[in-house]
Design a protein around this ligand. Structure first.
Ligand code: HEM
Ligand code: 5AD
Ligand code: SF4
Length: 349
């Protein structure tokens, strides 16, 4: 029998590795210097042609800072015309009314704005540039005036852990349509010593579950696959079934999607399971994207829960969680090893 591979549902694309900020946690270790050999506009369009051969995923234009690339609108337009839902991830500091209009004209559906604290001090220390907080808030104000939908993304680390509830409140006050938290992954400039402890990780995810039940805006935790275990443990305790009605989008998906529903393409066309796991799956300059997606060894392994090792390998939640493969890789050099930041002991209910 020929095994069928589902097409990707979501692709994050580092349009450029160059950036105007200098965040302490940046996975891409981005700076103002732009690496040589980034995909040209034509190559970018060719990549979009390749993607639609396979399916119609959400295309996240990311970076670095995607707004530092002058052809970003042309690429977005091309993706929209190809039938993709195009969204853009930005730090928000470069937004102007003209840029917002151009993004809208290019068919961009939503922006994510990174906000890593509720105060200028916390956010600016995170983002490495004084004044970043004010400039990001000014960018958000421009989006509000233009009635352009945006979500807030916050990376959780030791630096802002206690400020997360306040940052969530601020996101709601600012008019975000969703609040997505990313748990720090120690890659690029991200440091292991900045990761929250496994116990705090667990505590925040329980808080997140409570918030998700009552929140009017959508909440999502990325790089926190054990949220999907916690969701099931809590629902069981509460005697409720998990459904889209009770748990929203999270009811239909699973923890780590790297290589199964999601992948990351770098600014020079390298394909990875996600932006935090530096294990190369392929190169779109050398092979069709379809070939990488369907045949790369790392993707094939990530699609098989039986490949998981350590306690993830024996965990009854492995199909809905799968652990963060990037964190396992950072800790051990083996992306199939157990997730090091999960307190759960399989079998002990
Ligand atoms: C609409 C604006 C959105 C933007 C700009 C955005 C942006 C991003 C970015 C930049 C990443 C990090 C990717 C990486 O570096 O590897 C990411 C990850 C992710 N996003 Fe979003 N996102 C958006 C909305 C959504 C929505 C609506 C969903 C699902 C309902 C979603 C699901 C995910 C998932 C599942 C991942 C990570 C997958 C993984 O590595 O396990 N995103 N997003
Ligand atoms: C798309 C989101 O990814 C975040 N981001 C950047 N680097 C890291 C990292 N090492 N770990 C987790 N999230 C990160 C950005 O701050 C942005 O909000
Ligand atoms: S996290 Fe985003 S804004 Fe910060 S340095 Fe990296 S690319 Fe730039």
């Amino acid at each position: 029998m020929i095994a069928m591979t589902n097409p990707p549902r979501l692709i994050a694309w580092e349009l450029t590795a160059g950036c105007n900020l200098n965040c302490v946690h940046c996975r891409g270790a981005s700076t103002s210097s732009v690496p040589e050999g980034e995909l040209t506009t034509e190559e970018a369009k060719h990549f979009i042609d390749d993607v639609v051969e396979l399916g119609k995923p959400i295309l996240i234009l990311s970076g670095g800072e995607p707004l530092t690339r002058t052809d970003v609108f042309e690429i977005a337009r091309y993706g929209t015309d190809a039938g993709l839902r195009v969204v853009l991830a930005t730090n928000g500091t470069l937004l102007t009314p003209e840029i917002v209009k151009k993004l809208r004209d290019a068919g961009v559906q939503r922006l994510s704005i990174s906000l890593d604290g509720a105060t200028a001090k916390t956010h600016d220390e995170f983002r490495g540039v004084p004044g970043a907080f004010e400039r990001t808030l000014a960018g958000i104000e421009i989006l509000r005036k233009a009635d352009f939908p945006f979500q807030i993304n916050t990376t959780i680390s030791r630096r802002n852990l206690e400020e997360i509830p306040k940052t969530f409140e601020l996101a709601k006050e600012l008019g975000a349509v969703a609040y997505h938290v990313f748990f720090l992954v120690p890659t690029g400039r991200g440091e292991e010593s900045d990761e929250v402890s496994p116990a705090d990780y667990e505590r925040v995810l329980h808080w997140f579950y409570d918030m998700q039940k009552e929140s009017e805006i959508q909440l999502k935790a990325t790089c926190a696959p054990h949220y999907f275990r916690i969701m099931r443990q809590r629902a069981k305790k509460e005697g409720i079934e998990i459904s889209v009605k009770t748990h929203g989008y999270e009811a239909m998906t699973k923890g780590c999607l790297g290589g199964t529903g999601f992948c990351f393409v770098s600014s020079v066309g390298e394909v990875y399971p996600c932006g935090y796991l530096p294990v190369l799956a392929g190169d779109i300059r050398a092979q069709p994207f379809k070939d990488v997606w369907e045949n790369s060894e790392v993707f094939r392994k990530l699609r098989d829960p039986e490949e998981l090792k350590g306690k993830c390998g024996i965990c009854e939640y492995k199909k809905v969680c799968a652990g963060c493969r990037a964190r396992a890789y950072a800790a051990t050099g083996d992306y199939l090893e157990e997730e090091p930041y999960c307190i759960y002991r399989p079998g002990k209910k």
